[in-house]
Design a protein around this ligand. Structure first.
Ligand SMILES: [Fe+2]
Ligand SMILES: [Fe+2]
Length: 168
């Protein structure tokens, strides 16, 4: 099985979920949507994780759901008293876990990946290698989205996912 196919299979139930797909309506960094950002983080972490012999199932599911907070953090702030974009960095890992565990069955490792991905902004450090990996890959992908335009590098992956979603 090739890497795209294995990745899709590991994240199948999350990738197919309508709320996950809805994240394509929210921009995360620059022109990258939250849907694309989550897939990129999960895919890169999956590639590194399989080289290191880590638990790729938890890596893919945890990373796909690491930003599953389900609002547009750029605009929501204007509607509430305390601007959400100011506290977003501190709170969204908790919101993501609340949503993830409501809609999916989440294991301990996946929980750690989601809730600790903003360390050191959230003070509790990750306890699994898998969580550290997703934490680093998220920073790397975020940095690339802001400062380099290497989105095209992953166009084939995103197109593969779209095609699978249409036919699954
Ligand atoms: Fe995040
Ligand atoms: Fe992220």
């Amino acid at each position: 099985m090739n890497e795209y196919a294995e990745f899709f299979e590991l994240g199948f139930d999350v990738l197919m979920h309508p709320l996950f797909i809805r994240q394509n309506n929210y921009f995360q960094h620059n022109t990258t949507t939250l849907f694309e950002h989550s897939i990129l983080v999960a895919y890169i972490a999956y590639l590194v994780g399989s080289k290191l012999g880590l638990d790729t199932q938890s890596i893919v599911r945890g990373a796909l759901l690491h930003d599953f907070f389900l609002y547009d953090w750029h605009t929501e702030g204007k509607k509430v008293k305390k601007p959400i974009h100011k506290k977003h960095g501190f709170k969204h890992a908790k919101y993501a876990y609340e949503n993830a565990s409501f809609y999916f069955t989440i294991n301990q490792k996946e929980k750690d990946i989601i809730t600790k991905h903003m360390f050191p902004l959230n003070i509790k450090p990750p306890i699994y290698y898998e969580s550290w990996l997703v934490n680093f890959v998220d920073d790397y992908v975020t940095f690339s989205e802001y400062f380099k335009n290497n989105k095209n590098k992953y166009n084939n992956l995103i197109e593969y996912i779209y095609a699978k979603l249409k036919t699954s």
